[in-house]
Design a binder for this molecule. Structure first.
Ligand SMILES: *[C@@H]1O[C@H](CO)[C@@H](O)[C@H](O)[C@H]1NC(C)=O
Ligand SMILES: *[C@@H]1O[C@H](CO)[C@@H](O)[C@H](O)[C@H]1NC(C)=O
Ligand SMILES: *[C@@H]1O[C@H](CO)[C@@H](O)[C@H](O)[C@H]1NC(C)=O
Ligand SMILES: *[C@@H]1O[C@H](CO)[C@@H](O)[C@H](O)[C@H]1NC(C)=O
Ligand SMILES: *[C@@H]1O[C@H](CO)[C@@H](O)[C@H](O)[C@H]1NC(C)=O
Ligand SMILES: *[C@@H]1O[C@H](CO)[C@@H](O)[C@H](O)[C@H]1NC(C)=O
Ligand SMILES: *[C@@H]1O[C@H](CO)[C@@H](O)[C@H](O)[C@H]1NC(C)=O
Ligand SMILES: *[C@@H]1O[C@H](CO)[C@@H](O)[C@H](O)[C@H]1NC(C)=O
Length: 384
């Protein structure tokens, strides 16, 4: 029995007891544990048919594939796109395999509006390590019918040695993909048909705005070099109508721009300057330090709060409210809304990982992916 059904039954029972007038509000849906894991997972995506894909963060020093399909019934994981794609040896990148056909370090994965699984490869072997050019930074499209790589977009021309190719969203109405660069602050607009891409809002205050470092569990974080950790343009969403593109650095402060200006910048270099394009950027919501976001069919954005161990819901008018707070929501990273209206929240504990704790692993096992019934499905232009 679903939580909603239980809540409805409770309400009915109370209504009967009180002569037809409900005495209390229906109970809020509660957190459920969807997956129990040994390795931090910072991305989950699901298909309407029930396939589940996971991205392992490996900040705990564990070894193995980066992206897998997970069968929760058999507890068997299958490397995606293949074991070979996942065999790149980060400890000795020079003697390793061809960066064009291997995952160097995958930072996000998601099923797109085309039903394919898309992988974003930073192209640098470890956090803070230089990007491998030209073929390290890339976007890989994996066809879920053929279970084969369908196309790879190489993004070496629009990234830099300190880039951190972070995440991708799609605009199926215009055939464009948007990517965030969290290492060298900026956005990338990619024409999916031609493969042509440009950087926009490069080092603009809206993509940089790391006035404060990233924070987790109430503490400012440090990177592998011991300095305060700044993670630039990171989380982003496209509104269900395609009109607005929302984006923010990991320490928070959500901006938006009408996506038509980003799309126009692809082929209009007069528009593609911070002075011209930057004028179309507007502040949207004063979000906290965040691990990941998701957007629903009504245009509400879900945004994790890595300090308060909570998830906020931001209405299309920019108003924020707390959806759920629970001390188990330890660094909720990229979220996912499935076809049944459940919000998937991987509690990845990234802030406890080796790169952010002076070489010490503070991740506590087991780790969990939680779900919460939000009663609304994903944005239809985001995924099915
Ligand atoms: C998961 O494994 C079970 C048992 O081995 C199998 O019956 C089922 O088809 C698998 N599911 C998927 C989605 O592969
Ligand atoms: C699933 O597999 C993992 C890795 O092989 C193992 O650590 C874990 O205990 C298994 N979980 C269950 C419920 O069998
Ligand atoms: C990766 O490279 C390192 C350094 O050369 C080596 O010690 C290690 O065995 C390699 N790992 C694998 C899985 O091949
Ligand atoms: C995946 O492959 C199938 C079979 O070749 C094809 O019909 C489908 O269009 C492909 N999907 C995408 C997203 O291109
Ligand atoms: C990168 O730029 C070079 C030089 O303009 C061009 O030859 C190459 O095709 C570009 N690569 C990609 C992947 O767009
Ligand atoms: C390109 O952008 C500039 C600056 O916004 C604008 O004045 C011009 O009309 C645009 N050109 C086209 C062909 O849209
Ligand atoms: C914004 O939207 C929320 C949710 O629909 C609503 O509760 C709130 O009153 C709205 N605020 C303003 C200022 O319009
Ligand atoms: C990090 O560890 C090194 C030794 O491994 C030590 O010298 C240094 O002081 C530590 N830094 C911090 C910020 O704890």
């Amino acid at each position: 029995m679903s939580i909603m059904m239980k809540a409805t039954r409770l309400l009915l029972t109370l209504a009967l007891l009180h002569g037809g007038v409900p005495a209390v509000q229906a109970q809020k849906p509660s957190l459920e544990i969807a997956l129990t894991l040994d390795v931090p997972v910072n991305g989950v995506s699901t298909t309407p048919s029930g396939r589940i894909f996971l991205l392992y963060a490996r900040v705990d020093g564990s070894q193995g594939p980066q992206v897998v399909e997970y069968n929760a019934t058999s507890n068997i994981t299958t490397p995606i796109p293949s074991a070979e794609w996942n065999s790149f040896n980060a400890s000795s990148p020079s003697s390793s395999s061809d960066p064009a056909t291997h995952l160097i370090r995958t930072n996000s994965q998601r099923i797109g509006p085309d039903g394919a699984l898309w992988l974003v490869d930073v192209g640098s072997p470890s956090f803070g390590a230089p990007v491998i050019f030209p073929d390290g930074p890339k976007l890989v499209q994996f066809n879920l019918t053929t279970n084969q790589v369908q196309r790879t977009y190489f993004l070496g021309n629009v990234t830099r040695v300190n880039s951190l190719l972070d995440d991708v969203r799609f605009n199926p109405l215009t055939g464009v993909a948007y990517l965030t660069d969290a290492g060298s602050p900026g956005l990338i607009v990619l024409d999916l048909k031609s493969g042509f891409a440009v950087r926009v809002l490069d080092d603009h205050p809206s993509t940089r705005r790391g006035d404060f470092p990233v924070s987790g569990e109430g503490t400012l974080m440090h990177g592998p070099d011991g300095a305060y950790l700044y993670v630039y343009a990171d989380h982003h969403e496209l509104s269900p109508s395609g009109q607005y593109y929302y984006f923010q650095p990991a320490n928070g402060g959500l901006s938006r721009i009408e996506s038509r200006w980003l799309d126009a910048a692809l082929y209009n270099s007069s528009l593609n300057s911070n002075a011209v394009l930057g004028a179309y950027v507007e502040p949207f919501a004063l979000t906290p330090s965040t691990g990941g976001t998701a957007i629903d069919a009504d245009g509400n954005i879900y945004c994790s709060d890595t300090d308060r161990l909570a998830v906020e819901k931001i209405a299309p008018n920019g108003t924020r409210e707390t959806l759920v707070q629970d001390d188990r929501l330890l660094w909720v990273d990229a979220m996912w809304i499935d076809a049944e209206g459940k919000l998937w929240m991987p509690a990845a504990q990234l802030n406890r990982g080796i790169p952010f704790n002076n070489g010490t692993n503070r991740v506590v096992k087991p780790l969990h992916v939680f779900t919460l019934d939000i009663g609304v499905g994903p944005s239809p232009i985001d995924h099915a």
